[in-house]
Structures are given as structure tokens and as C-alpha cells.
Design a protein around this ligand. Structure first.
Ligand SMILES: Cc1cc2nc3c(=O)[nH]c(=O)nc-3n(C[C@H](O)[C@H](O)[C@H](O)COP(=O)(O)OP(=O)(O)OC[C@H]3O[C@@H](n4cnc5c(N)ncnc54)[C@H](O)[C@@H]3O)c2cc1C
Ligand SMILES: *[C@@H]1O[C@H](CO)[C@@H](O)[C@H](O)[C@H]1NC(C)=O
Length: 608
């Protein structure tokens, strides 16, 4: 017995030593690369030159170090990290513009964002902010939302309760206590658990970065759960935890309202996942100045400077493998032709399902190690987005830099289950949860870009199956039945909008359209119209899954990045990129980013 333990320990030490002594590549966060802020470019033609560089063979750089499939923040962020370490990288995007969920589009003169409403954790000099500043050479700026930044709206119009959510570690609970007198104990205990669940979060990245045998050792000995309260709490549902804290149903609902940011109902949510989101917005929320397209716009030049390129209208139809089953490039569809691009390393930002089920040859897809990974993950919930272009300024329309989370009642589990299991036309008339936000009101440059106009974006969930029958029809012409169904959802949502934001009336609406799960399939490549990639249910947060679902795949030279290998959200997908970059560059980039943040802060303090 002891001998066996000794052998295992020696083995683990050897694995660790191999890791420690393998030569790391250059540190992308070695020096502060921020430059003075240049004026924001509003000219659409100028931006197009960066964001919409169409794929042609002549634009593919020679002697690539890596090819990345997909230009979401998981793909583009990784490209920047590799470029900063001196690598020549090609990013290939199927859509007509770069950015994935960070792209924007314009209809009837209104610019809309897709998947960026508010991002947390961006206090200056904190590691996450420092990292993003470095990854955009200091050009991307962030504007804080109002405080309160969220409003939780519960109940029908005649019995509506509104709870403002404030940022600030003390202010957040203090304001809740004001709304819920007598519930001080429950609120303090909630805060304590949220804080505690964050302890041991480092292990999430550790399990994915360090060698698999070591990760498995930590999982199978139970050490992972013991070392990390994050994993220990992971198997508890959000419903269980909040129900234990209080009998007050509105307070339970306010504790749980952020479930919309990852898409699982509270009884299927891991308390640990929820705690990540609460902490993410703890110090407030921010919006990218100039709109979401600024993100990719300031990242692409860094990739290009290192000799790489970001090309769009470049749908990858398969990954290429050599005889030893090592990834060696990709095939891109140019019209009806396949163009082959070779590189010693292929990284996919297209999500685990697209990568394994669409881009691998049958015999590799059938490998037990690939099947094991697929069996651990599920497709996430489909998304529904409604875009409104409005005639009027934010003052005229009563819009502000806050989000409204509107729920038909406080019993989320039952509400959302009834909606999802309901008959499609019936559900379309009773959407029980709706996120409302005005991107234009959050952006101080908007008034200059689109004087006298405003936008409003609404987000909810919808079943892929409700729309599947139209998936093969042309995206701009899917027939009257599809239009009717969309219109039913729109009408239901507009009733809510006009009730919550009474200055918005029908005559102010110049443009309205809805994006359904099949719209997501077309524009962001989500195979089942997923809003946040793979499902984030309780099962996703076991230590075992997090050791196995990692940047390395069972196939040599093929890696995964983005939300599916970490968690969803802009920050989650970027953490996926950092984790993947750590494996490729053989160094812990999470720690590198923290180190640079500390240095910059020190210099700043000295300057003052
Ligand atoms: C409506 C909505 C609202 C959201 N709101 C917020 C928010 O307020 N705050 C927040 O933090 N997060 C938000 N999110 C989530 C966040 O945007 C995502 O989790 C994150 O951006 C995902 O990044 P990613 O790089 O992993 O994937 P994606 O951005 O989805 O990128 C994947 C890319 O791969 C491309 N691709 C797929 N297949 C191929 C192929 N075969 N060939 C070439 N390219 C391919 C796709 O076109 C896509 O561009 C929201 C998401 C949505 C949809
Ligand atoms: C916008 O509103 C103004 C008055 O508030 C009106 O004069 C104008 O015609 C409207 N524009 C459109 C396109 O509806």
C-alpha cells in the first residue's frame, strides 16, 4: 500500500518537474504596452478595413505558428496573447465581420451590439482591467454604468416590486437590507457564502493548465474538493442554498436573479457558478466606450503587427490531420472550393460541439476520449434577442445606463420550466423573463454618432426546437410563419417594455426585429442557437469535468479556447483564452497578468 503511494508520488513529482523545467515561451505580459489613447474612430469605412477583411488565399501569411478557428473573444484574445509572445497567428471567422459575440451590426442606421451588455470586475489597476488594457494597448476604454446598475423587477404590472442592485462590497448588502428589513441575517449569510465559494477558484484554472495525471490525482483522491470551497459548494443548487437562508420569496428571487447571465434555472444552477457572477459585478459594471465593436477593432492590429491576420467570411469546414492523427491545418470553404491552410497548431474557438462533431473526421470523432468529453457536456439554452431602434434621445425616452431584469413572478424555477415546456405559440405570448437595456444610453459617444436616436436591446431564452423547422431556409427570407412567430414574441416583449419604461411608445419605434436561436446559429455559429455555449448546469462544475475539459484535446496539436473550456461571459471566455495560452506558452498567464498589474500599480503609487 505505502509502496503504491510512494510510486504515485514519485510519478507526480516527475510530471511536475517536467512541467516546471520545460522551457517557457516569452511572457505576453512582460512589459506595459499601453500607448496614449488615440481619438475614437467613428467612420464605418475605416473600421471595416480592420473588422471585415475578407478571406482570400493571398492574405494568408506564410509560415504560420497557429491557426485559430473563430474570432470571438476566446479566439481573438488568444491570438493577441500569442502575438505578444511573438507568434504569427491566423484567425478565421465564418461571419462577415470579426468579433463573435462582440460584433455589432447596423440596421436602418441603428448600430446594435450582440453579446455585450455589461462587464464587471473592471476597476482600474485590478488584474482583469490591466490585462484588457494590455491586450488592446490601452486603446479600449470602459465607461461605468449607473449605480444602481441593475433593477430586479418582479411581478405583474398591478403588483410590481422593483429592487435596485448597487455595486460596492458594502453598499450591495446595505441596500438590500434597506429593501428587506428584518432579513439582515439572511443577507449577511448570503454574502458570507458568496465570498467563501470564491475561495479555491484558482483550482479551476489549475486543473486545466497542469498535466492531466496531476489534475486527475487531485480529483480522484478528493483533494480537489478539500482544497477548494468552490468545488465543495459546486454540487449544491442555488435554489437549495437561498431557500435555506430565508422564507422571503422576493429576497430569494433577488439573491438568484443573475441566473440569466449563464442561463440555468436556480434549481439546476451550481451555487459556485452563481457566486462567480455575483462577485463579477461586485465592484460595478462597465460598457465599452464606442460600442462592442471597439473590442475587436483594437485587438486585430496587435495580431497583425506580429505578422498574423484576422480574416472573415472564412468558414472552416474541417480540421486537417496528418497520418499520425496530429492536427496540421484547416480547410476553409471559398465558395464551393476547399482551401487548405497548414500550421503546426490548430486552436478552436468554435465551441466543443462544433469542433468535435463538425470539424473532425468520423474516425477521430469516434475516439473514446473524445466521446467521453462530449458525454460530459450538453448544449446550452437557446437565446432570443429583440433589437429596437428608437426616435428620441435618452432623456426624451427615459433611458439610463441600467439594466432591467423583469420577471413575471418570483418563482423562477416553475416560471421558466412552464415556459420552456409549454406549447410554442402559447409560450410566445407569455415570456416570463426579459432583460432590457439601452446600449445607446450607456455609451457617451452615442449622441455624437447618432444624434436624436436611441437603441434598446431585449434578451430572453427560447427553445431551439421551436424554430428548428426553418433552420435551412435563407436567413433573410424564412417565410411568413416564421415572421409571425417572431412577431408574437416581439409583441409580448413590447408590452413589458412599455410598462417598465413608459416613455417608450409605439410611435417612437423606427426599427424592431428579433433574433432567434437559428439566427444565432447563422451569425455566431451556435449549433443549437445557444446563447452562452455549452450548458452551465450543476454537472459542469464537478472537479472531474474541469480536469478533463481543458485546452488540450485528445488529439495532438489541437486545442480548444473560449467559453466552453472555462465558463461563459466575456470574462469567462477570456479566461478560457488565458488558460489555453498558458498551455501553449507553457507558463501560467493568469499569474503573469497579476504580476504586471502589481508592477503597474506600484509604479503608479510611486508617481503620485
Ligand atoms: C445576447 C447575448 C448577450 C450577452 N450579454 C453578455 C453580457 O452582458 N456580459 C458578458 O460578459 N457576456 C455576455 N454574453 C456572453 C458573452 O458574449 C459570451 O459568453 C462570450 O463572448 C463568448 O465568447 P467565445 O469567444 O467563447 O465565443 P463566440 O463569441 O461565440 O465566438 C465563436 C466564434 O466562432 C465562429 N465560428 C464557429 N464555427 C466556425 C467555423 N466553422 N469556422 C469559422 N468560424 C467559426 C463564430 O462565428 C463565432 O464568431 C452575452 C451573449 C449573448 C448571446
Ligand atoms: C422623430 O420625431 C420627431 C419629433 O419628435 C419627428 O419630427 C420626426 O419626424 C421623427 N422621425 C421619424 C423617422 O419618425
Amino acid at each position: 500500500m505505502w509502496l503504491a503511494i510512494l510510486v504515485v508520488c514519485v510519478f507526480l513529482v516527475l510530471v511536475l518537474l517536467k512541467y516546471v523545467f520545460s522551457t517557457p515561451e516569452p511572457n505576453p505580459f512582460a512589459v506595459d504596452t499601453r500607448e496614449p489613447v488615440k481619438p475614437i474612430v467613428f467612420d464605418k469605412k475605416e473600421k471595416k478595413k480592420v473588422l471585415k477583411q475578407g478571406f482570400v488565399e493571398s492574405r494568408v501569411p506564410e509560415n504560420l505558428d497557429a491557426v485559430i478557428v473563430g474570432s470571438g473573444i476566446g479566439g481573438l484574445g488568444l491570438a493577441v496573447l500569442l502575438a505578444k509572445a511573438g507568434k504569427k497567428v491566423l484567425v478565421l471567422e465564418q461571419h462577415s465581420r470579426a468579433g463573435g459575440c462582440c460584433h455589432t451590426f447596423t440596421e436602418k442606421g441603428f448600430e446594435f451590439d450582440v453579446g455585450i451588455h455589461y462587464i464587471g470586475d473592471l476597476l482600474e489597476h485590478k488584474p482583469f482591467r490591466c490585462m484588457l488594457d494590455q491586450m488592446t494597448n490601452g486603446q479600449l476604454q470602459w465607461v461605468p454604468l449607473d449605480n444602481p446598475f441593475d433593477q430586479v423587477v418582479l411581478g405583474p404590472p398591478e403588483d410590481r416590486r422593483v429592487y435596485p442592485i448597487y455595486s460596492g462590497r458594502n453598499r450591495f448588502p446595505d441596500e438590500l437590507k434597506r429593501c428587506f428589513p428584518g432579513e439582515e441575517k439572511a443577507i449577511d449569510e448570503y454574502m458570507r457564502l458568496i465570498k467563501k465559494a470564491g475561495k479555491g477558484l484558482w483550482l479551476l484554472a489549475f486543473l486545466k493548465i497542469y498535466p492531466l495525471p496531476l489534475a486527475k490525482f487531485l480529483v480522484y483522491t478528493g483533494l480537489a474538493n478539500r482544497l477548494s470551497f468552490f468545488f465543495k459548494m459546486a454540487s449544491r443548487s442555488l435554489t437549495d442554498v437561498v431557500n435555506e437562508l430565508t422564507e422571503n420569496k422576493d429576497l430569494r428571487a433577488v439573491f438568484a436573479y443573475l441566473f440569466g447571465t449563464y442561463g440555468n434555472i436556480p434549481k439546476d444552477t451550481s451555487f459556485s457558478m452563481h457566486s462567480l457572477l455575483v462577485r463579477h459585478y461586485w465592484n460595478g459594471a462597465w460598457y465599452p466606450k464606442g460600442g462592442a465593436s471597439e473590442i475587436a477593432y483594437h485587438m486585430i492590429p496587435i495580431v497583425e503587427k506580429a505578422g498574423g491576420a484576422v480574416l472573415v467570411r472564412a468558414p472552416v469546414n474541417r480540421i486537417l490531420f496528418n497520418e499520425a492523427n496530429e492536427a496540421c491545418g484547416v480547410s476553409v470553404m471559398k465558395g464551393q472550393e476547399e482551401v487548405h491552410i497548414h500550421a503546426p497548431m490548430v486552436i478552436s474557438n468554435a465551441g466543443i460541439f462544433n469542433t468535435y462533431q463538425k470539424l473532425l473526421p468520423q474516425e477521430l470523432q469516434a475516439m473514446p476520449a473524445i466521446q467521453e468529453q462530449l458525454s460530459m457536456m450538453k448544449n446550452g439554452e437557446g437565446g432570443l434577442s429583440i433589437f429596437l431602434g428608437l426616435n428620441g434621445t435618452k432623456e426624451e425616452l427615459g433611458l439610463n445606463a441600467q439594466n432591467y431584469w423583469v420577471f413575471a413572478e418570483n418563482n423562477y424555477d416553475e416560471l421558466v420550466e412552464a415556459y420552456a415546456n409549454g406549447e410554442r405559440e402559447e409560450s410566445a405570448r407569455k415570456v416570463p423573463l426579459l432583460f432590457l437595456a439601452s446600449p445607446s444610453a450607456k455609451d457617451p459617444t452615442w449622441e455624437e454618432r447618432s444624434p436624436g436616436k436611441s437603441t434598446l436591446s431585449l434578451v430572453s431564452f427560447a427553445k431551439y426546437e421551436w424554430f428548428e423547422e426553418w433552420k435551412d431556409e435563407k436567413v433573410t427570407n424564412r417565410g411568413p410563419d416564421y415572421k409571425d412567430l417572431k412577431q408574437t414574441f416581439i409583441n409580448t416583449a413590447l408590452d413589458v417594455v412599455m410598462d417598465v419604461l413608459p416613455k417608450i411608445t409605439r410611435d417612437k419605434i423606427e426599427f424592431v426585429d428579433a433574433g432567434t436561436p437559428i439566427t444565432n446559429t447563422y451569425y455566431i455559429g451556435a449549433p443549437k442557437g445557444e446563447i452562452y455555449g455549452a450548458d452551465h448546469g450543476i454537472g459542469r462544475f464537478s472537479a472531474k469535468l474541469n480536469a478533463i475539459i481543458r485546452p488540450q484535446t485528445p488529439l495532438k496539436n489541437l486545442y480548444l479556447t473560449g467559453q466552453d473550456i472555462f465558463v461563459c461571459g466575456f470574462a469567462g471566455a477570456l479566461a478560457g483564452a488565458l488558460t489555453c495560452g498558458s498551455v501553449i506558452l507553457k507558463r501560467n498567464l493568469h499569474l503573469d497578468a497579476i504580476d504586471l498589474a502589481k508592477k503597474i500599480k506600484l509604479i503608479k503609487v510611486k508617481d503620485e
